[in-house]
Design a protein around this ligand. Sequence first.
Ligand code: NAI
Ligand code: MG
Length: 374
Amino acid sequence: MSDRYSLLVLPGDGIGPEVMAEVTKVIDWFGTNRGMSFDISHGLVGGSSYDAHGTPLTDETMARAQAVDAVLLGAVGGPAYDNLDFSVKPERGLLRLRKEMDLYANLRPAQCFDALADFSSLKREVVAGLDILIVRELTSGVYFGEPRGIHSDDNNPDNEGGRVGINTQRYTSGEIRRVARSAFELARRRSNRVCSMEKANVMESGILWREEVQWVHDNEYPDVGLTHMYADNGAMQLVRRPQQFDVIVTDNLFGDILSDAAAMLTGSLGMLPSASLGAPMANGRPKALYEPVHGSAPDIAGQGKANPIACILSFAMALRYSFDRGDAAVELERAVERVLADGVRTADLMGPEGGTPVTTAQMGDRIVAALSQG
Ligand code: NAI
Ligand code: MG
C-alpha cells in the first residue's frame, strides 16, 4: 500500500461543516508532519446537496464515494428539511451511501477518556479505562427484511383497530459470516476476544447467527476467544461490568440499541466516532465511511459551540482502518486525551463545577498544538 490516501469530505448540514473544518486542520497536520499525502475532494450531502441540486446525494458524488479510499461525513439534516418528501430527505443521502457502498460492518467504539470518567452515569471505577468495540451488522436484518408494511387486518374481528404492522428479521449465512469475519479481524488487532450477541433462545435467525459465527471461528479464527451471549443479558452486562468485553458483534437491531447504550457509558455525544466498512477494494483497503455518531445539532449550529472531537476521532479511525496507520491513530487519540487532561472543554463537556468553555475552533487548535508538542 502506498502512503497516498484519497478522501472524499462531505461536511453536510448544521454543525457538520463546523466540526469538519477542525478535522481539516488535523489532516493538514499529518500531511505536513508525517509525510502522508492526502488527495482530498469535497462534496455535498444531505440538505446542502438538496439546496444545490434538488437531491440529497448526486450520482456524481455517489460515484466519487465509490472510488476513494475513505469518505468522511459530518452530519445531515435539520428543521429546514423536515417537511421535504421522504424520497429527498437529507437522511436518504446517507442511507444511499451506506447501501450502494454495501457497508455491512458498523464499528462503534466506546472508549472512556480518563479526564471524562466522572461524566459517565456509572461509577468512575466501572468505566475508567474502558475500551470496547461494538460491530453492528448494518445492511440486513429486521430493518430491511421482507415482508414488511402496515396492512388492514379485516378478516380478524377480534383485532381492535383492524390493522397489523409487519417487519421481518432475515439473515443469510453469508451476511452473518462476513460481519463475523470483520469482528474477528478487529479482535486480532485488539485483545483478541469476541462476544457475539443474539436471541438464539427465541429467534431462529438468532440460532443461525450463533451457528455461523461459531463456524467462522472454528474454521478461520480458532486463535480468537469467542463467547456467545443473549442480547438482553448483554445489555445488563454492558451496564454492570462493561470491561469484560473487547469486541462485541451483533445484528442490526440489537446493535443499534446496544451501541447507543454503550456509548453513553463514556459521556457526551460530542465524543463518539464511528466507521462503516464494506468489502475490500482492489487496493486491499475496505470500502469505508467515517462519521461522528451525533447529528447536525441545529440547536447549536453556527454558534461555535460544537465539540469537534467525535469527528476528529472518526478521522483517527480512518487512519487505523483505511490507511493502516494505527501509529498515527494512536498519536491523534493521545493528543485528544492530553487536551482533555489539561481541562480544555467545549460546552457539552462542562461539569457542574463550571468554567469557561472553548469554541469549536479553539478545541481544534488545541488538539493540533498537542500533536505538535508530541
Ligand atoms: P443531534 O445529535 O444532532 O443532537 C442531540 C443533542 O446533542 C443536541 O442537544 C445537540 O446540541 C447535542 N450535540 C450533538 N452533537 C454535538 C457536538 N458535536 N457537540 C456538542 N453538542 C452536540 O440529534 P437530534 O437533535 O436528534 O437531531 C438533529 C438533526 O440531526 C435531525 O435533523 C436529525 O435527523 C439529524 N441526525 C443526523 C444524523 C447523521 O447525520 N448521522 C444522526 C442523528 C441525527
Ligand atoms: Mg441508534
